[in-house]
Design a protein around this ligand. Sequence first.
Ligand code: AMP
Length: 199
Amino acid sequence: MRPLRTSIMINLVLFGPPGAGKGTQAFKLKAHFDLVHISTGDLLRSEIAAETKLGLEAKSIMDAGKLVPDHVVIGMIREQLKSNPDAKGFIFDGFPRTTVQAKELDNLLTEYNTEISLMLALEVQDDELIRRLLLRGKDSGRADDQDQRIIAARIKEYNDKTAPLIQYYTSQGKFKSIKGVGAIEEIFQNLVAEIAAIS
Ligand code: AMP
């Protein structure tokens, strides 16, 4: 007989502007809490590398530093939730980025009888973000990390369309702000402390 599932899932939204360190911290949190990490940016880059129709459509939008349409990323999230039925929880990295996406994520998680536990926002000032992204662009080869104008467009998209989600999650009592500058390990321990406080 299968044991009854009594544990509660930990579902985290790792939030912050491009270059805030979401990917780095998601990698560590995934290992620490045994969660499934879903990065819509990584999924989109895989589609581009595989030269799928979706990837070809997304590429020009991403290269311009704009957000791809909501239904595209929501479809990807739906697939990821479906293909990880035994997950102990999820880290959503780079998603949601609009209010439509946040509402749809809530709806999807309700279908699975679960919900977002916490939205952890990494706070980093713009000049530091630009410095980090340009540095990353040298190693990663990511076109959107190498051009100051594209970086500026991404930060603008974040401020216009994504930052309002702080209000969305605050009204649900789930928003936590974390200083995203300093030693990676120290930032990680601060994130772990916030998660431990709810679980
Ligand atoms: P990232 O790796 O999270 O910085 O994402 C790289 C690019 O992928 C973004 O600049 C967007 O063009 C696109 N992208 C990633 N996630 C989303 C999302 N949730 N909504 C819309 N566009 C996204």
